[in-house]
Design a protein around this ligand. Sequence first.
Ligand SMILES: [Zn+2]
Length: 87
Amino acid sequence: MLFKNYMEEAVETTLEEVLARKDDVCKCDRCKMDIKALALNNLPPKYVVTDIGYVYTKANELAAQFKTDITVAITNALKTVSKNPRH
Ligand SMILES: [Zn+2]
């Protein structure tokens, strides 16, 4: 069994989608990690116990459910990081 914060996977998936649509932002690992950390700090954690392999499916369900909140948190984090990149 696995103890997991689904929100992490949801943010990861959504971040890739948001970045794929943007050409004017840095996509280096440092900036992506900073955006992810900032976004996660502004989203409620969703801890669950699950089977390995089930996490991704469940994360997608969660992402759909909270898509708007996640996208807003990522967009805000992206603005903050773009203004003051640490790479
Ligand atoms: Zn960067």
